[in-house]
Write a new protein. Structure first.
Lengths: 276, 170
């Protein structure tokens, strides 16, 4: 008994070390297998509350650029509303409310904490479950695609940005309509890569890349970036394309969370196929 | 002793806040991500009890993790650093320095003793953290570059702050 006690006294910190490492790895496994585990929701809420305070200060430094991008977006939207068009053929443009059914709704939010210098980057937004935010909703900024919600607490939500190794949104070329996948390989936060674009259809430098609308998270036509360079990969028959993101993630401040009213219906459809 | 504890708490919050709100938001050439928060563990006085070092490592890792969005990595890696710290203290510091309860810093140890201790632990920490974060061999050389550049930046930052803020304790 005395030997046991002496043994414990001498090596207790090894047991403490194993215990603490055990807790760490348990949390890591919780993170990767269950989205929205209790501990990540708790952490999200705390980080959100504290970051809101610091964000209020740092917010002033980016005010100019975020105002500018919001104003640009306003101008773009204003040019799309009915008042900006002159009706040419009155018979063809019949206004009928029942023709359109709203598919997407946007929840405005503010980025209160973000990283951009890691291999996998996350943003925290100031809207949570009480504002109607749910997991797997897409997030877009005034200038384009931002990421996907992966964790929601009561007042805050966590976004896996496109600057992440697991982020693979479906995109297409606005000119040729050929779709592919956007990936980010780390390093510069303003440069992304496109893969899975077949090399049979020619590309041009400067082509605009937009979201394809195939994934249920983003509406079609959200800006992603412009092609800066491309190469044919001889082995696979696909292009390797470099793009410049249209969003400056370093200055990003105001974003919209995309709510897709048809998402469940669409998921149900694909689920039925998988089950067969 | 009491004074050391209070000073320790202040260090904890200042360093954590600096890491989370300033360093995590700065973009340096894409590959540099300095992790200065481990300085807190490195500069604990040499006779701090081992259990305290472990618990402090875990808490510091947890706080940094909360703000990084993905909990667990900083915790696991920093706890390991807290665990191997006594070993490195025994290797790099002489018996007299350990007994007299010095704070590992340039002012109290001299650069030639402090730098190897700092460099080894920072490098081990960064190596583990960045390999963990990627968790695949597909970007091996990029990860190595990231580890190398970030370690050097962290070491330089720690040396700079140490030089600026720490004087010899009475």
């Amino acid at each position: 008994m005395r030997n046991l006690l002496r043994f414990l006294k001498r090596y207790y910190y090894i047991f403490l070390f194993i215990l603490l490492e055990g807790i760490s790895f348990y949390i890591i496994s919780q993170n990767s297998y269950y989205q929205g585990s209790a501990i990540t929701i708790f952490a999200n809420e705390i980080a959100g509350k504290i970051s809101t305070k610091t964000q209020n200060i740092s917010h002033y430094f980016t005010l100019g650029s975020s105002n500018e991008s919001l104003a640009k977006e306003n101008a773009r939207l204003r040019s799309k509303i009915e008042n900006s068009y002159v009706k040419y053929q009155h018979k063809a443009f019949q206004y009928n409310d029942t023709i359109y059914k709203q598919q997407f709704e946007y929840i405005d939010a503010k980025v209160i904490q973000k990283t951009i210098n890691k291999r996998n980057n996350y943003f925290i937004l100031n809207k949570g479950s009480i504002h109607g935010v749910k997991n797997n909703m897409g997030v877009i900024g005034p200038d384009g695609i931002v990421g996907v919600i992966i964790n929601v607490s009561q007042n805050f939500s966590l976004v896996m940005s496109v600057l992440h190794q697991d982020s693979r949104p479906n995109i297409k070329n606005a000119r040729t309509k050929i779709s592919g996948t956007l990936v980010w390989e780390g390093g510069n936060y303003s440069k992304g890569k496109l893969i899975d674009i077949p090399s049979s259809i020619p590309l041009k430098i400067g082509d605009t890349i937009i979201t394809s609308g195939f994934s249920q998270d983003f509406p079609e036509g959200i800006s992603v970036g412009k092609i800066t360079n491309f190469q044919k990969d001889k082995g696979t028959g696909f292009y390797v394309v470099d793009i410049k993101f249209s969003v400056d993630y370093n200055k990003l401040e105001f974003v919209y969370i995309v709510k897709n009213f048809f998402k469940e219906e669409q998921q149900q459809l694909t689920k039925d196929i998988k089950n067969e | 002793m009491n004074k050391d504890i209070i000073v320790g708490f202040i260090h904890f919050f200042v360093i954590a806040a600096f890491q989370v709100f300033i360093l995590d938001g700065v973009h340096l050439l894409g590959y540099i991500n300095p992790l200065i928060y481990l300085w807190f563990i490195l500069m604990l006085p040499t006779n701090t009890p081992k259990w305290a070092v472990l618990l402090l490592s875990f808490s510091m890792g947890f706080v940094v993790d909360i703000f990084a969005g993905y909990i667990g990595f900083h915790c696991a890696v920093l706890t390991f650093i807290g665990f191997i710290r006594p070993l490195f203290i025994n290797i790099f510091f002489s018996g007299k320095e350990i007994e007299s309860n010095l704070r590992p810093s340039i002012a109290e140890m001299g650069l030639s003793t402090f730098l190897p201790y700092l460099a080894f632990l920072v490098f081990i920490h960064h190596f583990l953290y960045f390999s963990f974060e990627i968790f695949s061999f597909s970007e091996f050389f990029k990860t190595l570059l990231r580890i190398f550049l970030s370690s050097i930046t962290t070491i330089l930052l720690i040396l700079l702050f140490d030089f600026l803020f720490f004087r010899k304790r009475k």
